[in-house]
Design a protein. Structure first.
Ligand code: F6R
Length: 615
């Protein structure tokens, strides 16, 4: 949800800012812009509707000598995507400019008050209100920019990461963080401010992660200072981030999504590495070991997440309830945070988030803390807000996920949830040792299984995609752990192809949705072997007898479901716990190839952004 970059140093700012924006485009791509202060003290702003590529065109032939600047790629919250609403926004006098990620909730009141003071506005954004508020405070109190920023943060309500540039002080940037991510990269003789450290990883691996309520003064040739609205100085901690550029490139694939689908054998290898003792097939999660008492005493687990992470949570519920016999509730983070949830002593809240920045999930973590819960995080992005806000946790370690549709993060989350359930189940003496060892052994072999699954299902997914490219609706069905897999398959299809798709527990069909079935309604059924296989087969018969077209995902050696289905995708036969991971592969590929056939922008689907930092 909007990406911010700032630069101050000795190099030309433009290529650094534009390069950073390109890497941040997964956060929003409605419009892009930058502001520079040149050596002569002149503020230059270039911005336009569209992608960073459009901004690049706009910049062709323009002066790029400035060594300080701020830049932004937008996901619109207030005001339609157009040139005027694009960031940076400049104050009325033209002295200061800012870029903003987040929402100023009380912007209407502030705007009215500023209008009464003679301010007029060019855009319909909340961000333009903030820049004028800062200017107004500075002018009326005759104070420094920092003092004005400190006072302004006391007046605004909402979530924001902001970087401010002042044409009268070309040696300083000011950065503020409140519930939206912001990091400062430390170069040799320069600083890089960004919404995501990965965007500037070619310049530095050393980062300062700002905390909520912190204001950073990033000055040329001086150490970064961090303060608060009340002028209390804060500690400046520098962390190392290990990440390579190749992890941020497409590696020869047409899209990041395809690269990420095909990476899954490796990403799951990384996810599992060091977490299963290969001699004894014992799962070891340090987050559980270090907090053994919490997990032994737990009476209930509440998992909070959004989107794909919520689907992984539903699968995790099956694992935890069956291997640990602890009741598990799964809640949308956005519902949990406004529901006055009941959290009792010995409840554990688990937050799942790929980005670690989802505003609702972060707010749910904060609420759980206020209610006294022990909060465990399952994140991908190292050093992210949720990873830092939780008491302990497990990284899924699948590497940066750049395609907006989540793929490898989902399979990583399911894998970690399985390891978590087995580890807690063992500690509590619930999961039988031989069952635990068997699954652990199968998990170690999973990367190889995924490798064969990818080879096996890709041609099938491609040819099915040709048949169904022009379908208007899809139903996905499954039972047990395959129901959340169906939900995830439907989400993949709708978000990147814009085809309407719904996921249902197969038995629910006859309670209403079966009315939708006719020859025009493709039904994707996950009919892999488990305790409900026969029931799923009966549900398929019901669809078939109403003329529905069935695509069945079945395991090798299946002949019952395969015979009823019109089209079959065969996946390797694995333990039912691992099936959501294996069965997801053809669903990801089917969605991908349909979207490609429709000419969709697979990595940047309309209206979406990868990191949902506003609620
Ligand atoms: C779907 C997708 C989203 C995210 C959701 C939560 O493909 O990517 O539904 O899963 O926005 O994001 P995280 O996991 O970053 O909290």
């Amino acid at each position: 949800m909007c990406g911010i970059v700032g630069y101050i140093g000795t190099k030309s700012a433009v290529p650094i800012l534009v390069g950073g924006l390109k890497r941040l485009e997964y956060r929003g791509y409605d419009s892009a812009g930058l502001a520079l202060v040149q050596g002569n003290g002149k503020m230059i702003v270039h911005k336009c509707k569209g992608r960073v590529a459009d901004l690049e065109k706009l910049l062709e032939g323009k002066d790029s000598s400035a060594t300080i600047g701020i830049a932004h790629t937008r996901w619109a919250t207030h005001g339609e995507p157009n040139d005027c609403n694009a960031h940076p926004h400049i104050s009325q006098s033209g002295r200061i400019a800012l870029v903003h990620n987040g929402i100023i909730e009380n912007y209407r009141i502030l705007k009215e008050a500023l209008k009464a003071q003679g301010y007029s506005f060019n855009s319909t954004t909340d961000s333009e209100v903030l820049v004028n508020l800062i200017e107004h405070i500075q002018k009326s109190n005759n104070c420094t920019l920092l003092e004005a920023v400190q006072q302004a943060t006391k007046q605004v309500i909402g979530a924001y990461a902001v970087v401010i540039i002042d044409r009268e002080n070309p040696n300083q940037l000011i950065a503020i963080r409140q519930s939206s991510p912001l990091v400062i990269g430390i170069g040799n003789d320069d600083y890089f401010i960004s919404s995501d450290a990965a965007s500037v990883i070619e310049y530095t691996h050393d980062f300062i992660y700002l905390n909520d309520g912190e204001i950073a003064i990033v000055g040329r040739n001086e150490p970064v200072r961090i303060t608060t609205a009340d002028n209390n100085s804060c500690r400046v901690d520098v962390s190392k981030l290990q990440l390579s550029i190749s992890q941020l490139e497409k590696g020869g694939h047409a899209h990041f999504m395809l690269k990420e689908i095909f990476e899954q054998p490796n990403t799951l290898h990384d996810c599992i590495r060091g977490r299963i003792d290969k001699a004894t097939y014992t799962p070891v999660l340090s987050g559980v070991r270090d907090n053994r008492k919490h997990f032994l005493d737990a009476r209930r687990l509440i998992i909070v997440a959004c989107g794909t992470s919520w689907h992984a949570a539903l699968i995790g519920k099956h694992f935890i309830e069956s291997f640990c016999r602890i009741p598990v509730e799964v809640d949308y983070a956005s519902e949990f945070r406004y529901r006055n949830p009941i959290i009792e002593a010995n409840d554990i809240v688990i937050a799942i988030s790929q980005s670690g920045e989802t505003a609702d999930t972060l707010a749910a973590v904060e609420l759980a803390h206020r209610c006294g819960a022990f909060v465990y995080g399952i994140c991908n992005a190292v050093g992210s807000s949720i990873a830092r806000a939780t008491d302990s946790g497990t990284y899924i370690h699948v590497g940066p996920e750049i395609g907006v549709a989540s793929t490898k993060a989902f399979t990583g989350q399911v894998t970690v949830l399985l390891l978590l359930a087995l580890t807690i189940g063992r500690e509590r003496g619930i999961v039988p040792e031989d069952r635990c060892k068997q699954i652990a052994k199968d998990l170690l072999g999973l990367p190889q299984v995924l490798d064969s699954a990818l080879k096996q299902v890709t041609p099938e997914a491609k040819s099915l995609a040709k048949i169904f490219t022009y379908a208007h609706n899809f139903i996905y069905m499954g039972r047990g752990v395959n129901y959340p897999t169906a939900l995830e398959g439907a989400l993949k299809l709708k978000e990147i192809s814009y085809i309407h798709a719904e996921g249902y527990p197969a038995a629910e069909m006859k309670h209403g949705p079966i009315a939708l079935i006719d020859a025009e309604m493709p039904c994707v059924v996950i009919a892999t072997p488990d305790s409900t296989y026969d029931k799923t087969v009966s549900n398929m018969e019901e669809i078939k007898s109403r003329g529905g077209k069935i695509v069945a995902v079945v395991a090798e050696g299946d002949n019952l479901a395969a015979e009823i289905a019109d089209y079959v995708i065969v996946v390797p036969r694995v333990d039912e716990c691992l099936m959501p991971i294996v069965a997801s592969i053809p669903l990801q590929l089917l969605a991908y190839y349909i979207a490609v056939n429709k000419g969709r922008d697979v990595d940047k689907p309309r209206n979406l952004a990868k990191s949902v930092t506003v609620e």
